[in-house]
Design a protein around this ligand. Sequence first.
Ligand code: GRG
Length: 295
Amino acid sequence: MQDITQALSRCANAVEAHLERLLPSVSTAEGEVVEAMRYSALGGGKRLRPFLVMESAALFGVDPSRALQAAAALEMVHCYSLVHDDLPAMDDSDLRRGRATVHRKWNDATAILAGDGLLTEAFTVLASPESHPDAQVRLELITELATAAGAKGMVGGQMIDLSPDRAKLDLAGITRLQALKTGALIRYACEAGAILGQAQREERTALRLYAEDLGLAFQIVDDLLDHEATPEETGKPTGVDSDAGKATFVGQLGLEKARVRAEELVVSAKSRLDIFSGKAQLLREIATFVLERRS
Ligand code: GRG
């Protein structure tokens, strides 16, 4: 656990420095939105998705400076989704990563625009030759991220999450919702490494299956953490579960079975990496980290 925590922290520092370089500076008339973009993207978060990009790419010997571009672009999309998810029209949260949410620190309009700014900036980053010298590879990185983030991925999952029928979802329905809402970006993280590394079909499939198991385990653990969370952590008053009124994995399976299911998924995720043998050790360890994380 010590090693993976250090590896994750090293990756987070590299991503932080790269985001710092990529994000526009605040010295312009539109400085307010840039300040809000920087506030939401810098100085926090586990950087799990960037770590998955970096480690998946490392399997194929990709130059880390290239992988960092894709890692930072993906983190921008993730940060945008958090800023928008926190808005009163969605989750209505006051706190994110232990600080005031963007709409609380500024206002709703600035939060919407900061999210839009981060989402669009991500594609500029991927389109840059710094991401990969081959335009075909850049195009695939862009297309796959657009698909993962869009209506067939995260946005679609968020729509189901907000729908009036959300409370009635059964286990299969929740699994599908979460595969889209949080799973799609986690899957992209691993596929981006395979795209950058121009992986063989079976290698890319193995990474995709690993990511699908990991994404589901991540969400089940999130439900478990949400169930245990204090008001200081959720930004909600005591007794108000952030998924109150919604069907969750914990609600469907109960605490014990939900934890067992997450453990099974992590075992399965690791087994998907067998074809990479010793090269995938950090990807195996991050799966254990996802299971054991406390935030
Ligand atoms: C607004 C289009 C749109 C989508 C929002 C992912 C998402 C979709 C909303 C996030 C809501 C949420 C808190 C879901 C639980 C799982 C999750 C994505 C947690 C946050 O990800 P972490 O734990 O966060 O990787 P850090 O801060 O470490 O980056």
